[in-house]
Design a protein around this ligand. Structure first.
Ligand code: FES
Length: 152
């Protein structure tokens, strides 16, 4: 028996549904939304954090509109995945796990996306770019940047 009274455990589905709803609305799990959800569900905030921490699909920091995943799996790494990451960190000014100040890109590393025959590979949202060289990255990034306003 616990020394400190604990609330009854929540059904995992209800809690997860709520976390997914918050994530869909904000793109991450802001503390204020987690606090509100904990109050409404009658659950300790720590339970929401511990559940959310278990799943890689949840994050606690704002994310960019687009997620760039650089593959550093063996096939990609030996064919220059590290050079792609180097170029992206220099170009975007962020390290893996970080989001650009304009909230356009979040940079991440992954270890194999199942496209080894196309290595080295990056993924931007759902798009895969393979047999990639660092000099092609600016053109790829440009596709995801908002169109510039035409000059008057
Ligand atoms: S190692 Fe990069 S796709 Fe498999």
């Amino acid at each position: 028996m616990p020394l400190i009274p604990q609330p009854p455990p929540l059904a995992g589905g209800a809690l997860l549904d709520r976390l997914h709803a918050i994530n869909a609305e904000h793109g991450y799990l802001p503390e204020s939304a987690l606090r509100s959800a904990a109050d409404e569900l009658g659950a300790p905030l720590s339970q929401l954090y511990s559940t959310a921490s278990f799943y890689a699909s949840f994050g606690f920091e704002p994310r960019g509109r687009h997620t760039i995943r650089v593959c550093l799996g063996t096939a990609c790494y030996i064919r220059g995945g590290d050079k792609l990451l180097e170029k992206l960190t220099a170009t975007l000014g962020v390290e893996p796990g970080e989001t650009t100040d304009d909230r356009l890109f979040t940079l991440e590393t992954v270890y194999c996306v199942g496209s080894c025959s196309m290595s080295p590979v990056i993924r931007v949202d759902g798009d895969t770019y393979g047999r990639l060289r660092a000099d092609r990255l600016p053109r790829i990034l440009k596709k995801y940047r908002p169109a510039e306003e035409p000059e008057a």
